[in-house]
Unconditional design. Structure first.
Length: 135
């Protein structure tokens, strides 16, 4: 699984309780200072994503150009794309196989819903990977 996280959500990184499922984190930071910020995720995804991977993207507005181009790159690589969004999903939802949208229109509420959804899904994925029931 490959994940696009905005740096503001780094504190939400979780650990699997049961399994050792593999996850790669993409984040825009100073380390990519030589890359145009619009392409920061797309370049990483183009290099690493393969068919069968799942790319998960987070954007409250759905208009973040770097996330939109990252999702486009994921689709071109044959990966499944999942969007955690708000405000109707915006342009990013056009490039998502699955859109998990918060009904809120305020950034803090959208991010709180993203965190809740992420933890709920993580419990199920973790239990599935460990061949057990969800907690």
């Amino acid at each position: 699984m490959l994940v696009i996280f905005p740096c503001s959500l780094i504190s939400c990184i979780f650990r699997f309780r049961y399994s050792t499922a593999c996850c790669r984190l993409f984040c825009s930071s100073g380390a990519q200072a030589t890359i145009d910020l619009v392409d920061v995720f797309a370049r990483q995804i183009s290099a690493l994503a393969r068919p069968g991977d799942v790319i998960v993207a987070f954007t409250t507005s759905g208009r973040s150009a770097n996330v939109v181009t990252g999702l486009k790159a994921a689709r071109l690589a044959g990966a499944t794309t999942v969007l955690f969004g708000g405000c109707g999903g915006g342009p990013a939802s056009d490039h998502a196989d699955y859109a998990l949208l918060s009904p809120a229109d305020q950034t803090p509420r959208i991010q709180e819903m993203h965190t809740l959804m992420l933890h709920m899904i993580s419990d199920h994925v973790d239990a599935w990977a460990a061949n057990g029931p969800p907690a």
